[in-house]
Design a binder for this molecule. Structure first.
Ligand SMILES: CC(C)(COP(=O)(O)OP(=O)(O)OC[C@H]1O[C@@H](n2cnc3c(N)ncnc32)[C@H](O)[C@@H]1OP(=O)(O)O)[C@@H](O)C(=O)NCCC(=O)NCCS
Length: 233
């Protein structure tokens, strides 16, 4: 089975499935039909088909590097047979290959949490604004290393604002040999080291360029930090 963009005929089949599911089970994503058909019209829908009938689909909202998952579903009779996992693995490969660095999902219904966690989706750090949402939000970074020539060699990050003493150990450290896709709050403290051990320390928003922030993430090649350090202060 392959994932691909659906045509009108697949969309109609999905609508019929969701209407039938709502009738039989009392709930389905038919209540999100506007979101689904908008995603279809914008080319932000992928389906897996079996003999040209959709068995699973995923809709999303595509930012430059952060893709927001909207609706994922497998046809009820086929659930629990590995189709959703196979579809999402193919979707992730496709989205990462076409420019996404991060995929964000909301676990709604909450029973889907196990599904997303098995696929490697992670919690946002404590204090991140996504944590305050009523439903659980998770994300997955593509983690494909890029070779970047830069003076910057490490970023330390505190999941707190500048009130935290800088002597406190950072919550996370990232090598900037690779691209960064880190959930952040712009007011959190960061410390950026160059190769000679010199460092700059401030709020993330003062250390990195505006274009590095997207959908609650710091998304940057390490070279971006280098420019920001001289420009952005
Ligand atoms: C979530 C969903 C897309 C997963 O598709 P699927 O084809 O059933 O997925 P898989 O068969 O690959 O299941 C992978 C794992 O997730 C678990 N899982 C999937 N859906 C689950 C659910 N609704 N409740 C609990 N566990 C679920 C499976 O048990 C399986 O784990 P296991 O192998 O340890 O048993 C599908 O169950 C579905 O359409 N659910 C209703 C809609 C929904 O919840 N969508 C997610 C919106 S965020």
């Amino acid at each position: 089975m392959l994932i691909h963009n659906p045509d009108e005929h697949h969309l109609r089949a999905i609508q019929e499935w969701l209407i039938a599911e709502a009738t039989q089970c009392g709930q389905s994503f038919i209540c999100n039909w506007n979101t689904i058909s908008d995603a279809f019209n914008e080319g932000c829908m992928l389906v897996e088909t079996e003999q040209d009938k959709p068995v699973s689909f995923f809709t999303f909202c595509s930012g430059r590097r952060v893709t927001e998952g909207l609706v994922a579903a497998t046809v009820p009779a086929w659930r629990g047979r590995g189709i959703g996992t196979r579809m999402m693995n193919a979707v992730q490969t496709h989205l990462y290959a076409t420019g996404a660095w991060v995929i964000h999902v909301e676990c709604c219904p909450s029973a889907s949490e196990k599904f997303w966690r098995k696929l490697g989706y992670l919690d946002y750090p404590p204090g991140h604004w996504r944590k305050a949402a009523p439903n659980l939000h998770l994300y997955r970074s593509r983690g494909v290393p890029q070779t970047v020539t830069t003076n910057v060699s490490r970023v330390d990050l505190w999941f707190k604002d500048m009130g935290v003493p800088s002597s406190d150990p950072p919550n996370a450290s990232f090598s900037t040999q690779h691209e960064l896709a880190i959930p952040i709050d712009l007011d959190w403290r960061a410390r950026v080291f160059d190769r000679n051990g010199n460092h700059a320390e401030d709020k993330i928003k003062r250390l990195a360029q505006r274009q590095c922030f997207e959908g609650g993430f710091l998304v940057a090649e390490s070279a971006d930090w280098e420019t920001a350090d001289s420009d952005g202060r």
